[in-house]
Design a protein around this ligand. Structure first.
Ligand code: PLP
Length: 491
């Protein structure tokens, strides 16, 4: 990324320097002293000022004032260089070695191109639906976009009805409420997840019990679930519900999990916040339990900036969800309430964004899968990286490309790799920190995949990371990430 600048000396003329700047790709040249030391940067602005002050084209550069340009040292990271440029409001930063000789020049417009983990990627039709909401004055948490977005999601995943809400968290909360989860109940939930899978259990005054992952899909372990259900049955306290989470776009191994839930008569809610468009044995993710919840938060595979959707097999219950999400207002001509509800309905403006995003969902999945394939191919020779597995029954939407890294002989860990990426202006993140390790859940129960070993969830957290995965990254971005990764492992 840094450039080898064209250099001039005090013996060159203003004209020479201007011609050199003209040839330079970065709009500047470097003035070098007789002993080869770097003196200062020269831009066409500097030369223009000399000419305004009366110098002619053929005058030597010895009239150029002796200023001391800000420089960077070889050991600075890209991120430190960018901070320095911001501090001094400069766009070029010469990098010099220990003896003051110029090595290269870092250029802001290139450094500025941070690669983020996953950013919104809009299509071409969102704005039309949003404008329609404005032009028809449907600026409310109901309206034609909401109806159409619900129908489109229901059709896509193959359920009779869907209820659009303000967030994935709200969808999970409504699902639990409809499953009758109440104070002092217990709810089993995947241990390896984002806290939004669990918070709604606590909103209901119930207690979460955490179920470890299995190594093949990184999702809920049927072995751990079996032990948890046996234990709960023996104590005469079966959970009110089981929340199965599909992480990073991949379904959990539903057949054995659902068989266990059926055997004990416990309903399942699928947290499919990250897995819209994925399938398990050909069937749409989110449709396996009594309820499924999707999220359209800003970093998800498609987004409405914030939003969620509750889907379910029973259309009656989804209609009940809509009513609860609208302050539990009874269908009578005045405001009447026989129970407490929520203000959870999705805005008609945001549903317009969702309708547009749904049109590009399959493109987004294809791109995210291609990004994952690229990483696997380009970094195949780096033995310490192990990519998230995709079992044969899974079609993942590859929302995020995740991997675990073995500690190197030199002791380099996943923390070092994430820091290395940050130094190169690339955002990578740790995998989810398991719920049983969260301070807020101290003392809560965990059923492990293998009670003799470290929990799978803890091992994944300790060794894993998410690579940048946004569908709007360019091939050049991917090459840069692969290059930076390779250099980390070659150190
Ligand atoms: C994003 C997410 C949620 C919550 O969705 P929001 O729309 O952000 O409320 C729930 N569970 C998981 C696993 C998620 O990744």
């Amino acid at each position: 990324m840094p450039h080898q600048p064209i250099t001039v000396t005090r013996k060159d003329t203003i004209g020479d320097a201007l011609r050199a700047i003209d040839r330079s790709a970065i709009g500047m040249v470097a003035l070098i002293g007789d002993d080869g030391q770097f003196l200062r940067t020269v831009t066409d602005g500097d030369l223009r000022r000399l000419m305004i002050a009366g110098q002619v084209f053929d005058a030597g550069l010895d009239t150029l004032p002796d200023i001391r340009s800000v420089t960077a040292t070889e050991t600075m990271t890209l991120s430190e260089m960018l901070t320095l440029m911001n501090q001094y409001k400069i766009d070029h930063l010469p990098v010099v070695d220990g003896s003051g000789r110029l090595i290269e020049v870092a250029v802001r417009r290139e450094l500025d191109q941070r690669i983020l983990l996953s950013t919104p990627h809009l299509g071409s039709e969102e704005m039309e639906f949003v404008l329609e909401a404005f032009s028809t004055n449907w600026i409310a948490p109901l309206g034609p976009n909401v109806d159409a977005f619900e129908k489109a999601i229901a059709d896509l995943v193959g359920v009779p009805e869907a209820c659009a809400v303000v967030s994935g968290t709200a969808a999970i909360h409504l699902g639990l409420r409809l499953l009758g989860v109440e104070r002092d109940d217990t709810v089993f939930v995947s241990d390896f997840t984002f806290i939004a899978s669990v918070s709604p259990i606590v909103y209901q005054g119930a207690r979460p019990v955490f179920i470890d992952s299995e190594p093949d899909s990184w999702n809920m372990s049927p072995v751990a679930l079996k032990r948890a259900l046996e234990g709960a049955a023996a104590e005469g306290a079966l959970p009110k519900a089981i929340i199965i989470v599909n992480l990073y776009g991949q379904s959990a191994d539903m057949d054995p999990l659902l068989a266990l839930a059926d055997e004990y008569g416990v309903p399942v809610l699928e947290d499919a916040a990250e897995s819209l468009g994925a399938t398990y044995k050909g069937k749409a993710s989110g449709t396996f339990g009594a309820f499924g919840a999707f999220s359209f938060n800003g970093n998800k595979i498609i987004t409405t900036s914030g939003g969620g959707m509750l889907v379910g097999r029973d259309p009656e219950l989804i209609r009940k969800a809509r009513m609860l999400a609208s302050q539990a207002r009874e269908p009578v001509p005045y405001y009447q309430h026989v129970e407490i509800g929520y203000n959870y309905r999705m805005s008609n403006i945001l549903a317009g964004v969702g309708r547009g995003q749904l049109k590009v969902l399959s493109d987004r999945i294809a791109r995210r899968r291609a990004i994952n394939d690229y990483y696997r191919g380009a970094l195949a020779d780096i033995q310490s990286i192990e990519w998230m597995p995709e079992p044969e029954w899974s079609f993942s939407n590859r929302w995020l490309s995740c991997a675990t890294v073995a500690s190197s002989d030199k002791g380099a860990s996943v923390d070092d790799l994430i820091k290395w990426f940050a130094d190169h202006l690339i955002e990578a993140r740790h995998l989810w920190k398991p719920m049983h390790q969260q301070p807020v859940f101290t003392g809560h129960r965990l059923y492990q995949h293998d009670p003799e070993e470290t929990p799978v969830s803890s091992r994944l957290f300790g060794t894993g990371l998410c690579f940048p995965s946004g569908s709007n990254m360019t091939d050049a971005d991917l090459e840069r990430i692969a290059d930076v990764t390779r250099r980390f492992f070659q150190r």
